[in-house]
Design a protein around this ligand. Structure first.
Ligand code: NDP
Ligand code: 8X3
Length: 253
């Protein structure tokens, strides 16, 4: 069966890789991001194998989001799968030094826009009694690290919101899954460090991080298990990443 998949943050990284993966399995796509040219190039490439519609909007613009969804072409008006992937980290400063605007942007994108998109699509899924919401959380939602502060907290929200959705949707054929990746090489660090390429490269130096394709393969699989199976959460790290011991400051005594 051909599924309609709406992917937010489809202009790079996980979202772009998901677009390629779902297109390859014959699913039709609605792709959302701000960078129109990136989306257009991807749509041009994939339109030889499937139907693609693009929404070049800022997902934090509530009015633009609502308008874009009301203007969807007929074939794409009933998404079977929503991949809530658009998101970002900004900065790695300690909480007392972080930029308040960065915090606001992360909250608006990773929490408010994700909730808004979900609220807009969920009534249709409930009416059709069919759907799957994939939220892209992070290991940062479970495991704090210095400088993660608001970013990690937004992903903790996404983790718990995913569980709350499952509770509300019990008894319906609607699945909810939170995918929680660790270190993956995408444009994530370039965005976090505000286009400082050297700083971004340092994050992945001498490691073998996850790739966007790794995550797309996992999301595609989570959407392809039998309909009675719900993957609630899936945490994944590269083999080269794990926890360290809790820190102890021995100068404080
Ligand atoms: P990228 O920076 O490569 O991709 C982020 C995507 O989000 C882009 O397509 C970007 O598009 C889109 N986006 C950001 N802000 C907005 C906005 N206001 N409106 C519309 N689209 C927006 O990073 P990743 O692929 O790594 O990130 C995808 C998700 O995965 C994020 O939620 C991130 O937090 C999460 N994640 C990433 C990890 C990693 O290590 N890479 C690990 C765990 C989770 P555009 O700029 O064109 O708008
Ligand atoms: C992205 C992974 O560890 O940089 O969510 O926060 S991390």
């Amino acid at each position: 069966m051909t599924r309609t998949v709406l992917i937010t943050g489809a202009s790079s990284g996980f979202g772009e890789a998901c677009a390629r993966k779902f297109a390859a399995s014959g699913d039709q796509l609605v792709l959302l991001a701000r960078r129109a040219e990136r989306l257009r190039a991807l749509a041009d490439e994939l339109s030889s194998i499937t139907r693609v519609h693009t929404l070049s909007i800022d997902i934090t613009d509530a009015a633009a989001l609502e308008q874009a969804l009301t203007g969807l072409p007929d074939w794409s008006q009933a998404p079977d799968i929503l991949i809530n992937n658009a998101g970002l980290a900004l900065g790695l400063e300690a909480a007392h030094e972080a930029d308040m605007q960065d915090w606001t942007t992360m909250i608006n994108t990773n929490i408010t826009a994700l909730v808004h998109m979900t609220r807009l699509l969920l009534p249709g899924m409930v009416a059709r009694n069919r759907g799957h919401i994939i939220n892209v959380g992070s290991t940062a939602g479970s495991w704090p690290y210095p400088g993660g502060n608001v970013y990690g907290a937004t992903k903790a929200f996404v983790q718990h919101f995913s569980r709350e959705l499952r509770a509300d949707l019990l008894g319906r054929n609607i699945r909810v899954s939170n995918i929680e990746p660790g270190m993956a090489e995408t444009e994530f660090s370039l965005v976090r460090f505000k286009q400082d390429q050297r700083r971004a490269d340092n994050v992945y130096d001498s490691t073998q991080p996850l790739t966007a394709a790794d995550i797309a393969d996992i999301i595609h699989w989570v959407c392809s298990v039998p309909p009675h199976v719900n993957i609630n959460a899936l945490e994944v790290m590269p083999l080269c990443q794990a926890w360290g011991p809790l820190k102890i400051d021995r100068d404080m005594a």
